[in-house]
Structures are given as structure tokens and as C-alpha cells.
Ligand binder design. Structure first.
Ligand code: ZN
Length: 160
């Protein structure tokens, strides 16, 4: 396994629509293993393949049990409610913005061997599913907010 470099906003790989995964082979498994290692090292809660320069529909989301869920060709098939909250992205380091997301989502995806499964999440996990799946269509959270905050501003707001 190896750490992969996380691309940041401005890199054209983050603006592309990713292709579906068709081969559930060793190369996919290496990508997933590398993404998990990279995510752990970064301290984030989700990572999408285009963030490491791979234009395929692959993402990792950390759930509320601290488990990493591997999502291949994921799609949101159900959503409910709304939540407003601060969101950040490993590709937009040090910046946060308020983004409205569904409060509950169900995702249908394939695992590393091509088996289809469904997984649901609420609050932070639902937010993360939406955020990561959006990356696969070339979108960043900053498109949903008109004001970005630094970590210092965020901390000042929370103290207030
Ligand atoms: Zn992101």
C-alpha cells in the first residue's frame, strides 16, 4: 500500500465526471487500499478517487462506528430531511463552509468484488455520502456556499 497525493481545488481532475468501474480487479483493490491509507493519514472522513487523480467512480466514507465503507459506482437512491452544517474537504484545505444537505440518505453501491449493497446514514454520515458522491461528478462543496471560513473563524464562531 502507498499514500497517494491529494489534489487541491484548481486541479482539473477535480472537475471531471468520473467513469464507472467495470473491472473489479487487483488494480481496483490497490486503489481502495491506498485511498484508505491516505484517508487515515489525512484525518478526514471521506475521500473520492478523483481527489487522488483517478477518474473512476470510487469513494471511501467513514461511518459513525469509525468503519471505512468502500463505495464503487455509488448512487443515492433515497434521501430525507435537511441539515445545515459546516463542511470541509481535503481538496480545499483549511477552508469550511455552511452547506445544506439531506439529513438521511440511502446509497446503493458495489463492493470491491462487484457485489451490490445498500447502506444508509444520517447526519454527518449522510453529509459525507453526498459530498463524496458529488466529487465523482466533478463538484466541490464550495459550489453550495457563498462564504468560506478559516479554521480560526470557525473556532471563534463555535466559542460564540
Ligand atoms: Zn471533498
Amino acid at each position: 500500500m502507498a499514500l497517494r497525493k491529494i489534489l487541491t481545488q484548481g486541479d482539473s481532475a477535480l472537475e471531471k465526471v468520473c467513469r464507472p468501474v467495470e473491472k473489479f480487479d487487483k488494480k481496483l483493490h490497490w486503489l481502495l487500499d491506498d485511498m484508505k491509507e491516505t484517508l487515515t493519514a489525512s484525518g478526514g472522513v471521506g475521500l473520492a478517487a478523483p481527489q487522488v487523480g483517478i477518474l473512476r467512480r470510487v469513494a471511501i466514507v467513514v461511518d459513525d462506528q469509525e468503519q471505512m465503507i468502500e463505495l464503487v459506482n455509488p448512487a443515492i437512491i433515497h434521501q430525507e430531511g435537511e441539515q445545515d452544517g459546516m463542511e470541509g474537504c481535503l481538496s480545499v484545505p483549511g477552508m469550511y463552509g455552511k452547506v445544506c444537505r439531506p439529513n438521511f440518505v440511502t446509497v446503493r453501491a458495489q463492493d470491491r468484488n462487484g457485489n451490490t449493497f445498500e447502506v444508509s446514514g444520517e447526519e454527518m454520515v449522510a453529509r459525507c455520502f453526498c459530498h463524496e458522491i458529488e466529487h465523482l461528478d466533478g463538484h466541490l462543496f464550495v459550489e453550495h456556499t457563498d462564504r468560506l471560513y478559516t479554521l480560526e473563524e470557525l473556532e471563534a464562531m463555535e466559542e460564540f
